[in-house]
Design a protein around this ligand. Structure first.
Ligand SMILES: [Zn+2]
Length: 88
């Protein structure tokens, strides 16, 4: 094996590991801090005086991770498939 192939394989394995870690993280911790309010649930008005509930997260301060959106979508489509096959 030459060096390029080994390097490419190493990058592939590292990518898979990183993907796996992210996937597990999305399963264990589906929520991350809202990007707009940093998990605070409130945003500051431009003047900085009043604070109102964050509109992006509805004041919860949490957002669903992108990976969790994907997982939910896959689960949903798999459930649909099962429902469709059962009907036949
Ligand atoms: Zn927010």
């Amino acid at each position: 094996m030459n060096g390029t192939v080994v390097a490419a394989a190493a990058v592939g394995v590292l990518g898979l590991v990183a993907f796996g870690v992210y996937w597990v993280a999305c399963l264990l911790w589906p929520f991350a801090a809202c990007l707009k309010c940093d998990g605070d649930g409130k945003t500051r008005s431009p003047s900085g005086k009043t604070r109102r509930p964050c509109r992006r997260c509805d004041g919860t301060g949490r957002r669903l991770r992108f990976g969790r959106h994907v997982i939910n979508y896959l689960r949903e489509s798999r459930a649909d498939e099962r429902r469709a096959t059962r009907r036949r």
